[in-house]
Design a protein around this ligand. Sequence first.
Ligand SMILES: [Zn+2]
Length: 328
Amino acid sequence: MGVTSVPKYWAAPIAILVTMSSGTPMLSCRHDVPAPDRRVVITVDDLPFATELYRKDKVTLKRMTKRLLDTTRAQGAPVIGFVNEAKLERKNLLNTDRVDLLRMWVAAGGDLGNHTYSHVDLHKVDAKRFIDEIVRGEASTRSVLSEAGRPLEYFRHPFLHTGRDPATRTAVETALARRGYRVAPVTIDNYDYIYARAYEHALRQNDEVLAQQIGKDYVEYMIRYFRFYERTSRDLLGYELPQILLIHANVLNADYLGALLDRVRERGYRFIDLDEALTDPAYGSKDDYFGPGGITWLHRWALTRKMDPSFYDGEPEVDQYVARLAAE
Ligand SMILES: [Zn+2]
């Protein structure tokens, strides 16, 4: 897909505005309207791993990576992982075991994207420093992809922080486009990492019963999030856009992504890649959000359109015992 130097956030959502202002419902409760064609992209952040407990345990990291990829392959789900290349190093040297984790992704048919070198926060550094982090964060990822004859195409902002002012955002977007990147938005954000922390806590205590309870509750929690973002999409756009799910490369997802994706398929979803999702005109919607939050693109567009406060109601909450365990 072509990349221009014009940041896509500034493109007017003409198709959507026309649809909304004409009053034509794209979805309604009428019986002759088919069920929504639900689609979702699986995106995994903080590669090669997002786990504190196992960060020095190369056997577990390899097993975790294999399990995640076996799951997406068995589900027929395209998957893209976003890399922090600082984590490929140990004591300032490139660690080949960790680069091999990225090779596993590509060998399994997964894609890789840039998530900056050290997960830097655009709301805490200037555009120049952030752009340096983009460049520094692409060397190994680009080379692993090119070994398989594939380009490095996508970028995801750490913390989903895209800049506090138009000048910063434009500088970064322009630099990204010049380097051939497309921004990977997120529509289903969640606190999977809190469940993951609690899960690792249970594993550390060898409490298998507790770990299973957390895994089961995690799947239910994520389904509540799917329901929430299906509703917000319908309220905002009049239809369910192709969703983009964000999860992290942790042991919990390695163990429970299969159960989650089974439930997601039961909701009528099929799995697609970012290229396909981004053809939906919703992703060209205007985004005037420059607040402090790392929020989803659905929320950005809603704030830009000044949706009623009730639009934001009903966001799922983390189970309290999980939040407590994660804080320990
Ligand atoms: Zn991240």
